[in-house]
Design a protein around this ligand. Structure first.
Ligand code: OAD
Length: 269
C-alpha cells in the first residue's frame, strides 16, 4: 500500500518512539532516498531516477569502464560536482544529533558525503565514495583536491555531464577511476562485516530510503529481523523491505528523522 495521507505529518507509533528513546545502540541503513531532499536524485524512481535517464550497464560496471573510461569518468565527476554544491538536510542533522546521546552506527549505500558533512561518522560506505578516487591500474589513491571542480563552494555543474579525460596516476600513469563500487565488483574490504556486526548488535535498526533491491545491502535488515531486533522503515513508498519492518513511517527522511530522533525535532525548528 502506498498511503500518501500522512506524508506531511506522519504519526509515529508510540512504541516506535519509545524504542528510539531507549535504544542505546542503533544501526541506521541509508539509501538514495536519504539524500533525495538534499537534491541528489535516487536511482529507480520513475522519471527522475538516474537509472531512468541512463543505463547502469553503460556507466556502473567494470565493462563500461573498459569500453569508455571517458564517459564513465565524466558521469561520476558530474555527480560528484552536483553533490559538492548540495547540503545535508534536517534528517542528516538529526542522525548526527542522535549519535551524541546513543551509539548510532550509520551504514550507507550512498556515495555522497552528506552524512559526514552533517556531523555523522559513517561506519561503512558499502558502495564506496564519489570522492575516493584511485588509479585503475595500481590502486594508488588520487586526492579529490586535484580533481577540478570539487573544491568546497564550487559552482554546480550543468544538467548533463560533459566529456572529460580521467587524470593520469602520478605513480604509474594509469587512468584514475571513481572510487565507487560497480555492479559485479566486491564491496570495500571489511565494509559488509562492519555493517552486519552493527546490525546484529543494535537495539533498533532504522532503514531509510532504499528500495531494497541491491544485494548484499538489502540483506542487512533481515539479520535484524531474524534476531528479533525491531526494524523501522522510513520511505514514502512500500519497498522490498517493507514486509520485514516492524514499523513503517511513510514520509521523507527530512521530515521523519527529526520526529523519530529524541530531542531532534525541537532542535531542528
Ligand atoms: P533506489 O533508487 O533504488 O531507491 C530509493 C528509495 O528511496 C525508494 O524506495 C524511494 O521510495 C525512497 N525515497 C525517495 N524519496 C525519499 C525521501 N525523501 N525520503 C526517504 N526515502 C525516499 O536507491 P537505493 O535503494 O539506494 O548502487 O539503490 C541501491 C543501489 O542501486 C545504489 O547504491 C546504487 C544503485 O544502482 C550502485 O550504483 C552500485
Amino acid at each position: 500500500m502506498d498511503d500518501a495521507r500522512d506524508h506531511d505529518r506522519p504519526d509515529l507509533d508510540p512504541a516506535l518512539l519509545r524504542a528510539a528513546r531507549t535504544a542505546r545502540r542503533v544501526a541506521v541503513l541509508t539509501g538514495a532516498g536519504m539524500s533525495a531532499e538534499s537534491g541528489v536524485p535516487t536511482f529507480r524512481e520513475p522519471g527522475e531516477g538516474f537509472w531512468s535517464r541512463w543505463s547502469p550497464e553503460e556507466l556502473a560496471t567494470p565493462e563500461a569502464w573498459e569500453d569508455d573510461p571517458q564517459l564513465v569518468w565524466s558521469w561520476y565527476l558530474w555527480r560528484a560536482r552536483q553533490v559538492r554544491a548540495l547540503a545535508p538536510h534536517a534528517g542528516h542533522r538529526a542522525l548526527a544529533a542522535w549519535s551524541r546521546g546513543a551509539r548510532v552506527e550509520v551504514v550507507t549505500q550512498n556515495v555522497d558525503d552528506l552524512h559526514e558533512r552533517a556531523g555523522s561518522a559513517v561506519l561503512a560506505h558499502l558502495h564506496g565514495s564519489l570522492f575516493a578516487f584511485r588509479c585503475a591500474g595500481c590502486s594508488a589513491p588520487y586526492p579529490a583536491e586535484r580533481v577540478p571542480g570539487l573544491a568546497p563552494g564550487a559552482a554546480a555543474p550543468g544538467g548533463e555531464p560533459e566529456r572529460e579525460h580521467p587524470p593520469a596516476c602520478p605513480a604509474c600513469g594509469g587512468p584514475v577511476r571513481p572510487g565507487v563500487v560497480w555492479f559485479g565488483e566486491l564491496l570495500p574490504e571489511g565494509a559488509l562485516d562492519r555493517a552486519a556486526e552493527a546490525v546484529a548488535a543494535a537495539e533498533l535498526v532504522v532503514v531509510v530510503g532504499t528500495s531494497g533491491l541491491v544485494q548484499p545491502a538489502a540483506s542487512l535488515p533481515l539479520i535484524a529481523a531474524g534476531r528479533g531486533i525491531p526494524v523501522v522503515e522510513i520511505d514514502p513508498r512500500d519497498t522490498a523491505l517493507t514486509p520485514h519492518a516492524d514499523f513503517t513511517v511513510r514520509a521523507g527522511a527530512a521530515r521523519a528523522l527529526p520526529l523519530l530522533v529524541p530531542g531532534a525535532a525541537a532542535a531542528s525548528c
